[in-house]
Design a protein around this ligand. Sequence first.
Ligand SMILES: Nc1nc2c(c(=O)[nH]1)N[C@H]1C(S)=C(S)[C@@H](COP(=O)(O)O)O[C@H]1N2
Ligand SMILES: [Mo]
Length: 542
Amino acid sequence: MKRLNPLLGIIVALLFTAPLIGIMYIADQVVNLPFVPFDFFDWIAGVLPGNLLTFGIDMMIDTLRFFGGAEAVTNAKIAERIMAVVMFGSVGLGIGLAFFALIRFMNVKPSLMTALGLTAVFGLPMIMISLTTNQGGTPIFLTIPWLIVLFAIWGFGLNWAAQRLLGREEVEETAVAATEERSVETLNRRQFLIRLGASTATITAVSGGLGGMLARQDEAARLAAGNAGASGGTFITSFPNDGDAIIPAPGTRPEYTPIPDHYQVFLRTEPSIIEEADWTLPIGGMVDNPVNLTLAEIRSNYTPRDQFVTLSCISGRVGTGLISTTMWTGVSAQDLLATVGVQSGAKYLEMESADGFHEIIDLELINNDERIMFAYDWDGQPIPKDHGFPLRIWIPDLYGMKQPKWITKMTLTDEYRQGYWVERNWDEVAQVKSTSVIDTVALDEVESSLGQTIVPVGGIAWAGDRQISKVEVRVDDGEWEEAELRSPLSETTWVVWRYAWAFQEGEHTFEVRCQEGDGTAQIETRKTQRPDGATGIHSFEI
Ligand SMILES: Nc1nc2c(c(=O)[nH]1)N[C@H]1C(S)=C(S)[C@@H](COP(=O)(O)O)O[C@H]1N2
Ligand SMILES: [Mo]
């Protein structure tokens, strides 16, 4: 019998694993069948101990920053997805290697049994994982047979390829000379592998390419839903500070973030898409009247509240892009809870989300702040599916990690339970740290004044709901100079500031710092984002 190099098992397994991934991907895009690599990745991320997970994510983001600069950070999801595919693929290739090693060293012969074995070893755990983690609504009587067929094609294909590569024993017996046989053998093997590779590469490329195209279209459509036509890409077109004399310096980020540009953070490989028809909100636990509300009921039974909100992620670094501002509309948590009859012993409201995320909020906090709301609109439109449709909470002054989106269940309880990121070593309170950022030194927008060339410098400052009383700018270790503040959209949004810099030729470093409403200074000591938010001064070089 011919000998097989076990490493060949990796190559052959690749030729079957790549199209398997491609076909699962396009089936996910077209008919919402599970894309198992993402489920596998989400499952691993969910069972890993918290510090390992955050360590992994940090390392990934650092690597991305190293290769792709700051822009890539918000695209960390893409890295996660690539990692998911690589990890899933590695399992397939590992099994291929092991299979060929068994053939080579343990004298195992490819047979019906080994084909079934390969299918089971790769397929069974992956199917179980997908069933427990997948968020798609496709019924299991469709997904299970579909996945079994796919993994069987993989297992039987790999088995068949091993048989072909081994050749039939008769051929070997009639071979004349060993050298001749070897060259015929390598030629045949090479031809076989090339043909096999060409066809499976085609399947992979076509399905992967089409799937990717559909995925991008889908996401763009979800984010832009309803957004076309309105001026400036937003629905709200008049703002409380419209008359303010302080105009943002050219190049400052939009004061009101267009929804498609709103930053996004979610723990799974993909956002959790919820359809309104499939959703109701049960509120239970320690209540006298448990309810199960539709979105229409939430919209019509309670007085809507509008609030301009800046939201930010605790995992942002100094000068973070993970911060955005829009108008939130929803019902006050006080109003909602008033209708369910909260029992006297209840201490917390626990919220669970479609993606397994969960958080808890002290009822005392709700009772003391009527602004805390369950929001259903952003920018006057239903919250985009990617951002938490149909319902998410807003809690002023806290980072996003305490504020579940895609809420599917609420429970009144007297038992404390750590939230999802708190279990993973992030801060229990997660109060926003005040921050200030330089967006622009507008060198091509200079003005002249009294024989001086003036360069507008600008950016934002934010301190949760504690407001901003002062922003100061320093150039090259000079004096701290006060910037002008534009009145903010609300007491909970960032403040746009601008500063007039008298131009001087050369290289310069700009720094910014702020003070909260009560004069508390921004923390200047540099500290990483873990566990309770980054601090330090943002600087900008030109
Ligand atoms: N269900 C759910 N809610 C969630 C999260 C999540 O992963 N799942 N991430 C939180 C974090 S860490 C942040 S910063 C905000 C981000 O909201 P956005 O993506 O709409 O900007 O959502 C919060 N709520
Ligand atoms: Mo976050």
